[in-house]
Design a protein around this ligand. Structure first.
Ligand code: PLP
Length: 366
C-alpha cells in the first residue's frame, strides 16, 4: 500500500501522457510553448476566473502574488502557524512581516473569529490556506478584508478542484494560487503551479514578473524573476486533466467513508457545510498518535505527519518572536495529527484494512 500511488496513476493514463510528452519533444518549444497557453485557457475556464498564469511552483505563485500587490518592508501579511512553510517564507523573502493567527482545531484552517484582532493599519494582505483540501469561510474573510481594503490570497495548493457553495477554490479571493507538485490533487511530474485572478491589472503584472518583469521583449517594467511553468509539465497536466473530476469524486467518496467509519474513534476532519473537500491529505487526530503509527507500520500501512512542527517555532523564523504557547491550537495539533493513505485508486479492501487496523490499534497496550 502507498500513501499516494502516483506510479499506478501513470500506468492508467500512460498512452495519453506519453503522447503529450512526445509532442513537446517533437515541437522544440520547451519554454512557454503552446501547451502553456492551452493549459491556462483550460484552467481559467475550469476555475471560473478571467486569468490563469502558469508558474514554476506553488511557492513562486505566492511570491508573484505578493509582489504584484507591492508587498514589502513595513507591510504586514496575516498567515497561519500550521501549514507548509511557503506563505510565511514568501512574506519574509519580501522583508514584510508575517502576523500569525491560530487555526480552528476541528478544520485545521485559519480561525476566522481571531482574524479581526490581527488586522492593523499596516495589514496589506491575508493568506488563508485551504489546508488538506477544503476552504475556510471565504464569505466572512472577504467581508472583513473588503471592509479594511486588504487583499486576500488563497493558498489553494492542496484544494485545487474543491468547491465552496458551488464556486471553485482559487476563485473566491483577490488572487488564488495552487501547486501542481506531483502529490497534489492535480499533479505534474516535477514542479509547477498556477495563479488565478479576475483583476486584469494584477494578472498583467504577474505575467510580466514571471518573465523577468518584461511586459514585452527587452522592456523590463518590473524587477522580476524566472517563474515559468515548463511546457513539458503543462503537457502532462493537460493529459491528466480529463480524468481530474472523476479522481476528485473518488477522493471525496473515500474521505467521507473514512469519516463515517472513524468518527466514533478519532477526531476526524470536519467538512464545513457548503464545502467539498479534495482530501489532498486525509488527516486525523489522536492523542495516541505514536502508538497508532507504529501499529499501522507493523501492518504495512504507510502514514505521514503533515506537519510535525509549527512555523513560529522553526529556527529560521525565531525573529518573529512568537514563543511557545502563542498558538495553542496549532501547537496541540502538531502533536496529534497524522495522515493515512489517500488517493483515487485506493481499493475498498485497502480502505477497510486501514479502518480496522486503526480501530485495533486503539486497543493495543504500548
Ligand atoms: C499549503 C501549501 N502551500 C504551498 C505549497 C508550495 O507548493 P510548491 O511545492 O509547488 O512550491 C504547498 C506544497 O508543497 C502546500 O502544500
Amino acid at each position: 500500500m502507498e500513501l499516494i500511488n502516483l506510479k499506478y496513476q501513470y500506468k492508467q493514463y500512460q498512452a495519453e501522457i506519453d503522447q503529450a510528452i512526445g509532442a513537446v519533444l517533437e515541437s522544440g518549444q520547451y519554454v512557454m510553448g503552446q501547451q502553456v497557453r492551452d493549459l491556462e485557457e483550460k484552467l481559467s475556464a475550469y476555475i471560473g476566473v478571467e486569468h490563469c498564469i502558469g508558474v514554476s511552483s506553488g511557492t513562486d505563485a505566492l511570491l508573484l502574488a505578493l509582489k504584484a500587490l507591492n508587498i514589502g518592508p513595513g507591510d504586514e501579511v496575516i498567515c497561519v502557524p500550521f501549514t507548509w512553510i511557503s506563505p510565511v517564507e514568501c512574506v519574509k523573502r519580501l522583508r514584510a512581516k508575517p502576523v500569525l493567527v491560530d487555526i480552528d482545531p476541528e478544520t485545521f484552517l485559519m480561525d476566522v473569529d481571531q482574524l479581526q484582532k490581527a488586522i492593523t493599519p499596516k495589514t496589506k494582505a491575508i493568506i488563508p490556506v485551504s489546508l488538506y483540501g477544503q476552504m475556510p469561510d471565504f464569505k466572512k474573510i472577504m467581508e472583513m478584508a473588503d471592509k479594511h481594503n486588504i487583499a486576500v490570497i488563497e493558498d489553494g495548493a492542496q484544494s485545487f478542484g474543491g468547491e465552496q457553495n458551488g464556486k471553485k477554490s482559487c476563485a473566491l479571493t483577490t488572487i488564488g494560487t495552487t501547486s501542481f507538485f506531483p502529490t497534489k490533487p492535480l499533479g505534474c511530474y516535477g514542479d509547477g503551479g498556477a495563479i488565478f485572478t479576475n483583476r486584469s491589472d494584477l494578472a498583467e503584472k504577474m505575467k510580466a514578473i514571471r518573465v523577468h518583469g518584461a511586459t514585452e521583449r527587452y522592456n523590463h517594467q518590473y524587477i522580476g524573476q524566472n517563474a515559468r511553468i515548463d511546457t513539458l509539465q503543462a503537457a502532462v497536466l493537460l493529459a491528466k486533466f480529463p480524468h481530474f473530476e472523476e479522481e476528485l469524486k473518488k477522493r471525496f467518496e473515500i474521505g467521507c467513508f473514512f469519516n463515517e467509519k472513524l468518527k466514533d474513534y478519532f477526531i476526524i476532519p470536519k467538512i464545513i457545510p457548503g464545502n467539498t473537500h479534495t482530501f489532498a491529505q486525509y488527516a486525523l487526530r489522536s492523542s495516541e498518535r505514536e502508538k497508532i503509527i507504529g501499529q499501522l507500520k507493523e501492518k504495512g500501512i504507510p502514514s505521514a505527519i503533515y506537519y510535525p512542527k509549527c512555523i513560529h517555532l522553526q529556527p529560521a523564523y525565531a525573529d518573529m518572536r512568537y514563543g511557545k504557547g502563542s498558538f495553542p491550537n496549532a501547537e496541540r495539533i502538531v502533536e496529534e495529527v497524522f495522515s493515512i493513505p489517500m488517493h483515487p485508486f485506493l481499493t475498498k479492501d485497502d480502505q477497510n484494512k486501514i479502518i480496522s487496523v486503526l480501530k485495533d490499534s486503539l486497543l493495543q497496550k504500548i
